[in-house]
Design a binder for this molecule. Structure first.
Ligand code: APR
Ligand code: ZN
Ligand code: ZN
Length: 357
């Protein structure tokens, strides 16, 4: 089966034929229908990260169950599924406390991909830039048959991370004033999460006007171009001089994290959603934490429980309470993955999606 392999950092991915294991005990083989292209994948191309190469990237996938290994009870061949990324062991310290987004399994997943007998790693145990994948049953979330599967692939990361940051992590109350810094594929979902939560003002901040247009479409009430305007001053002016109740940083940059922290009022909450560089450091004056009683929070995978959150988000979409179609600006074939990365880096797309079927 064909997959996109990263052999060397800062080099294009290579499309190759790989060997995929048959689904073993507790594993599921999925015929992938689509995979969203997330900036987190590109980080592993452009940055030196702990991810071991060679690796098949991709972590925003959906598809149809092709076969199941022994002892699989959750799904059957033909079921429509969204694949949750990362370990989801169900047994560790974090999983038993309802925090599968922090899962720290006792043992790693077995190697499932190879070429010429040499192991190729699966990014985040899912590797969705491929025609097929084999994953643990615990990463599989069955969804309703009438939902458009390709569009629902976005629920595997961007949508759940964005909406989850608002609803699960920050628990934004109706009437709140919210700032979203970075309105790309994930940030746009923070915007629509804030709308869903009943935020009064949703102030979208980006450096690209086309992204701010997307943000309006997703429910932003105000937009600020950080390349042209002073973000802190404008946020204060829009919030009665106080600052926002909540700010979300969805880029992964210490400068914009500081900006998020500064843009909230006394007692406000800033949430870091973006993934910073491994060696990045944040400097700020902690005295303000006490004096202004502010909170700086982290948020992995929208603090989500995929088995609960994915079907809920799909229902919200099917009831037209959230938008997914509008997020997809461009479709690509698997062998156009490097072009999809280029388009994302150039800021041309809200979300790009690989059609894999
Ligand atoms: N100020 C405001 N916006 C900025 C700035 C800045 N200094 N720098 C970049 N941006 C905007 C970009 O213009 C883009 O619209 O941030 C957005 C990032 O969006 P995408 O490239 O689509 O990335 P996305 O997939 O949304 O991921 C964002 O969240 O999950 C993490 O790893 C992911 O760190 C990444 C972040
Ligand atoms: Zn992602
Ligand atoms: Zn676990």
């Amino acid at each position: 089966m064909k997959a996109a392999v990263l052999y060397e950092r800062r080099k294009p991915l290579v499309i190759e034929d790989l060997d995929l294991v048959a689904a073993g005990p507790g594993e599921v083989e999925v015929e992938l229908i689509a995979s969203g292209v997330c900036h987190s994948d590109l980080h592993h191309v452009n940055r030196d990260t702990p991810t071991v190469l060679p690796v098949v990237l991709g972590h925003e996938g959906a598809g149809i169950v092709k076969s199941v290994g022994p002892n699989v009870t959750r799904v059957r061949p033909g079921d429509h599924v969204i694949i949750a990324f990362g370990s989801k062991c169900g047994e560790c310290f974090y999983c038993v406390r309802g925090m599968p987004y922090l899962c720290t399994p006792a043992s790693p997943a077995r190697p499932r991909l190879s070429r010429g007998g040499k192991t190729i790693n699966q990014f985040l145990e899912v590797a969705t830039y491929a025609e097929r994948t084999v994953v643990s049953e615990k990463n599989i979330v069955k969804i309703r048959d009438d939902a458009p599967l390709a569009i629902c692939s976005l629920v595997a990361c961007g949508v759940t991370t964005g909406i989850g940051a608002v609803v699960n992590t920050a628990k934004v109350e109706p009437g709140s004033n919210v700032v979203v810094i970075g309105t790309g594929g994930v940030g746009l979902n923070v915007v629509q999460g804030a709308r869903l939560a009943g935020a009064a003002r949703i102030i979208a901040v980006d450096v690209l006007d086309n992204k701010l247009e997307f943000a309006r479409e997703m429910g932003a009430t105000h937009v600020l171009n950080a390349a042209k305007e002073n973000v802190i001053d404008r946020v204060k002016a829009l919030t009665g001089g106080y600052g926002a109740d909540y700010a979300f940083e969805v880029i992964g940059n210490p400068k914009t994290i500081s900006q998020a922290y500064e843009s909230v009022r006394k007692g406000g909450v800033a949430v870091v959603v973006g993934v910073s560089d491994e060696n990045a450091e944040l400097t700020f004056k902690p005295v303000w934490m006490m004096r202004q009683s502010k909170t700086l929070m982290g948020c992995a995978y929208g603090s989500s429980r995929p088995q609960v959150d994915f079907p809920r988000i799909v229902d919200l979409y099917m009831e037209k309470r959230i938008k997914l179609d509008e997020l997809i600006t461009r479709h690509f074939a698997l062998d156009e993955i490097n072009e999809a990365f280029r388009a994302m880096e150039a800021g041309e797309v809200a979300r790009g999606i690989l059609d894999l079927a």
